[in-house]
Design a protein around this ligand. Sequence first.
Ligand code: PGA
Length: 254
Amino acid sequence: MRKPLIAGNWKMNTTLEEAKSLVRAILNELDGIEGVEKVLCPPFISLVAIKELLRGTSVELGAQNMYFEDKGAYTGEISPIMLADLCDFVILGHSERRQYFFETDEIVNKKVKKAFEIGLKPIMCVGESLKDNETGKTEHVITNRVRAGLAGISPTGQLVIAYEPIWAIGTGKAATGKQAEVTIGLIRNIVAGLWNRETAVAVRILYGGSVTSTNIAEFIAEPDIDGALVGGASLKANEFLSILKQTAKLKSTR
Ligand code: PGA
């Protein structure tokens, strides 16, 4: 049985004070929700303070990105070593990184490798553009991204993949549960082909893209969908709590 996982990706939102307030607003209730792995991914500058607030709770911390070198002359970058003692997870290859910061599959692969090496659990994001989707290229694009992202990496059930169709991110136009289930099933088969079925069954695969308290149930109801990577809705305390509570309830009754 895979434990469902809900991760809040705050992106480039919240000052340090706002981040602390948001955590305080959700922490009491969040900590009490059982049967779901709960991960918060605030901006880098808030990680240390949020780590303190989460100490002794069941809520884990994730970073939104990292570089693949340990240290050196890479102005403005954050190294895996800096994150190793601070975070449990790291989001890698988010489509916004690929689109605005020109991250290629090769870079994402180096980062995923490094994350495992240093003991961070990567949430590797893959997704297709609207054009790819409309021209029937989803399977092709996703297959290439997953294979390239995992090239040279030994099989491990610690991997988390987030399927995030680019056209659904921040647009309010989520995929349907059925659409997401088809592609997530495909991703699991790709992992099984690349590694083996046993590991593929252990890998958690999330859906991401305009997830809210209104549509989360539709995704969670699907057998291959193991949770969600939540952007906008994770910045609203009530929304995020509702997403978590529904996930806990639905997955425990399945
Ligand atoms: P969204 O973002 O929920 O705001 O669409 C999801 C993501 O980019 O991870």
